[in-house]
Design a protein around this ligand. Structure first.
Ligand code: IPM
Ligand code: MN
Length: 355
């Protein structure tokens, strides 16, 4: 009997539904070919639903989503909703409640993609950031006092637990071992200033490193990392870091791999339900125009299949995307692809079918 996976789909806002539709087209093509089945169940979470009902996420959303094998997400963010409501109420809430403690973000320059760094090519830019995804400054600890007065106080605390830090670091070592490329894991921190949080990170990192004698364990400050992403991106193999630094350096990572049109990632709970998404936002100005680049969402679908254990099909998606970047697409930017959204999706389908 062929294997079946139940996928919860959250197309979300703006161009989310358009890129998710292309991702599903590609998923159907590879799964047909490989002989497994994907069942999709749609959830209408996002800005439209919130504006209509006043509800960001229904009460039972987490319980419902927990029944699936994976979640495929388009984009969250709506121009008529105050920033923060949907991001915190949907995206961050799901990451936290589903305990997706890893945010895995590959940074890979595909052939044919314009790189903003002079003289760097696909052989130089191929690393993965393992971002802690449930703690740090994102935990929401803090508060305000005397708000709106001259005496106002605002506190935002970074929460780092031994358990949370250790499980993230362990995942990163295992991932680096399995990837088997540069066999180097770099801890990205700020031990010279954040002397409490990164002391815990650094001690844990070197303790766990003893269990991985084949992996080179290195440390770099986050500010230096941003410099080296631009100057020497070829130095990196796998990087592990906290939630906030991971958020920031992966946007820089996305730019050196060709921008938001291609950057994808997974919010992983290795013991539970994981959620896969293009890193870019909902791009409302391109909504409904068939102009948005679907490749990031298609890559997210590929990462999802690899995570589900369909590694060959996941790789096939990536290979097909690489053919599109090498042969067909003029630019990765929305409206400048020389292709429509659906044409780009069709090409990926064509290449996976041929391969
Ligand atoms: C990301 C995004 C989110 C984050 C926002 C939308 C809350 O920037 O996935 O990187 O900060 O994690
Ligand atoms: Mn971000």
């Amino acid at each position: 009997m062929s294997k079946t996976y139940n996928i919860a789909v959250i197309p979300g806002d703006g161009t989310g539904p358009e890129v998710v539709a292309e991702g599903i087209k590609v998923l159907d093509a590879v799964s047909n070919k490989a002989g497994f089945k994907l069942n999709y169940t749609n959830f209408d979470f996002g800005g439209e639903r919130y504006l209509k009902t006043g509800e960001v996420l229904p009460e039972n959303a987490v319980e419902e989503l927990n029944k699936f094998d994976a979640i495929y997400l388009g984009a969250i963010g709506h121009p008529d909703v105050k920033p923060g409501i949907l991001e915190k109420g949907i995206l961050l809430k799901l990451r936290f409640e589903l305990d997706q403690y890893i945010n895995l973000r590959p940074v890979k320059l595909y052939p044919g993609v314009d790189c903003p760094i002079k003289d760097k090519g696909p052989e130089d830019i191929d690393f993965v950031v393992v971002r802690e995804n449930t703690e740090g400054l994102y935990a929401g600890a803090g508060g305000t006092l005397k708000k709106g007065t001259q005496d106002e106080v605002a506190i935002q605390e970074s929460i780092n637990t031994r358990k949370g830090v250790e499980r993230c670091i362990r995942y990163a070592f295992e991932y680096c071992k399995k990837r088997n490329k540069g066999k180097t894991l770099t801890l990205c921190g700020k031990t010279n200033v954040l002397t409490f949080a990164f002391d815990l990170w650094e001690r844990t990192f070197y303790e766990v490193a003893k269990e991985y004698p084949d992996i080179k364990a290195e440390y770099a400050h986050v500010d230096a990392i941003t410099m080296w992403f631009v100057k020497n991106p070829e130095w990196f193999d796998v990087i592990v870091t906290d939630n906030m630094f991971g958020d920031i350096i992966t946007d820089l990572g996305a730019m050196i791999q060709g921008g938001m049109g291609i950057a994808a990632g997974g919010n992983l709970n290795p013991e539970g339900v994981s959620m896969f998404e293009p890193i870019g936002g909902s791009a409302p100005k391109y909504k409904g125009q068939n102009k948005i680049n679907p490749l990031a969402a298609i890559c997210a679908a590929g990462i999802m299949l690899e995570h589900l254990g369909e590694e060959k099909s996941g790789k096939e998606i990536e290979q097909a995307v690489m053919k599109v970047t090498a042969n067909d697409i003029k630019s990765l930017a929305a409206g400048q692809m020389g292709l429509t959204t659906t044409e780009a999706g069709d090409l990926v389908v064509k290449y996976v079918t041929e391969s």
